[in-house]
Design a protein around this ligand. Structure first.
Ligand SMILES: [Zn+2]
Length: 407
């Protein structure tokens, strides 16, 4: 049997990095036990990862019997990664370290009705600011991840269709790569968030979970059998367009259909619910906040009102949570996940959404399934997708660590 030694070594290097990401810190002996390789192989792998700067030693293991082992962990300073999230109505750009911690960030509201070229050029300008920051700090820049609210051809880096922006066939990978000189990975926003959550967040140990990304729309990242599930053409997970209440008189969705789940559970449905509470009421806390801040009714403002105890704001979140719960009950029935994780712009109201979500998943899922699932907030909430964008690059380098040059 011919074994490709280079391939085998890369697989082992990757296993070591992923193990260290999930259980940190570890000694060489502990790593050997967990991966099931002998100690001399592990020592050689460790030397290579140290030489590439991907891991570092952080001291001795005080608890170990006999000769104390040197403890190793992923080196957060292995390099910097740029994460870019093209939201529907915002652009978020971060620089993270190799453990997904944000060290620089910019955020900009944009008009989703604006020209595609204008939105892209604003995102490129922020990305170049991020590059300049990394160069100034003399950090090794490892790549750029881009998350977008639509379906993606991941191998070509092409946005296929973003219903809430009405964009089709935009070669974003090529555009961002040309402008920054970096290796670029493009991914759907919910998929990116799922990868980030699996690498650094509350889904670290999970093999079957669903990331529900809620904002202007609702996207799903299906992480099944320990892998992101992409479907035939990479377009799986469009859970927001599940026609769960498809009646001709229901709201028209941006995708052109009526009664899509997301039209009942997205941020504009929250704002509509709140508006209905406010109509015909003279004294209302949200209206007062709008006047004080000279700001329109928004998710953020409704959250502020809820935090101040406003009953209408809390009921509006609960109404959205109820609709979310119905859709999530479907997901629980179909996929039997161990976790459903809520993130994205709407998740800032998570504590007001979760009780209604749980109540409705319990009520509407098949008997026996609800007790198996935990419904959790993302570790990164509104930043889930931009940290996920950065995690795309980190995850791909952990899969193929030989791509990172020796120091
Ligand atoms: Zn739709």
């Amino acid at each position: 049997v011919v074994v490709d030694q280079a391939f085998l070594r890369e697989t082992n290097l990757s296993a070591l990095l992923h193990t260290l990401c999930n259980n940190t810190p570890l000694s060489r002996a502990q790593l050997a036990n967990l991966i099931g390789l002998n100690k001399s192989t592990v020592s050689s792998l460790v030397e290579e990862l140290l030489a590439r700067g991907l891991i570092h030693a952080i001291g001795l293991n005080p608890g170990s019997a006999g000769r104390p082992g040197i403890l190793l962990e992923i080196n957060p300073q292995a390099g910097a990664v740029i994460g870019v999230e093209l939201g529907v109505d915002f652009i978020s750009v971060v620089v993270t370290d190799f453990l997904g911690q944000i060290i620089w960030r910019r955020f900009k509201r944009v008009d989703p009705m604006g020209a595609t070229e204008s939105i892209i050029s604003q995102a490129l300008a922020l990305s170049n600011d991020a590059c300049a920051f990394c160069h100034e700090k003399e950090m090794r820049l490892l790549g750029l991840g881009l998350s977008i609210p639509g379906t993606v051809d991941v191998t070509q880096g092409v946005l296929i269709y973003a219903p809430n922006l009405n964009w089709r066939n935009v070669p974003l990978g090529e555009i961002f790569s040309k402008a920054t000189g970096l290796k670029v990975i493009v991914e759907n926003d919910a998929n990116a968030a799922a990868i980030g959550e699996h690498l650094f967040g509350v889904a670290r140990q999970s093999k079957d979970f669903i990331f529900v990304f809620a904002g202007v729309g609702i996207g799903g990242g299906l992480f099944l059998n320990d892998h992101l599930y992409r479907g035939k053409e990479g377009q799986a997970g469009e859970i927001g367009h599940a026609p769960i209440m498809a009646e001709p008189l229901q709201y028209l969705c941006h995708c052109g259909n009526r009664g899509c789940w997301e039209t009942y559970a997205n941020q504009s449905s929250l704002i509509q619910r709140m508006q209905m509470h406010m109509d015909g009421k003279k004294n209302n806390l949200a209206r007062q906040l709008m006047e004080e801040q000279n700001a329109p009714l928004s998710v953020d403002l409704i959250k502020q009102a809820a935090d101040l105890g406003d009953k209408d704001a809390r009921e509006s979140f609960a109404g959205v949570g109820e609709a979310m719960g119905l859709g999530i009950a479907n997901l629980v029935n179909i996929f039997n996940p161990d976790k459903v994780i809520l993130g994205g712009p709407l998740s800032i109201g998570g504590k007001y959404l979760l009780p209604a979500i749980n109540e409705n998943v319990a009520k509407h899922s098949m008997p026996g399934l609800y007790p198996q699932v935990q419904i959790l907030l993302s570790a990164f909430c509104a930043d889930a997708s931009v940290i996920g964008a950065s995690a795309l690059v980190i995850d791909s380098l952990m899969d193929k660590p030989a791509q990172v040059e020796r120091w």
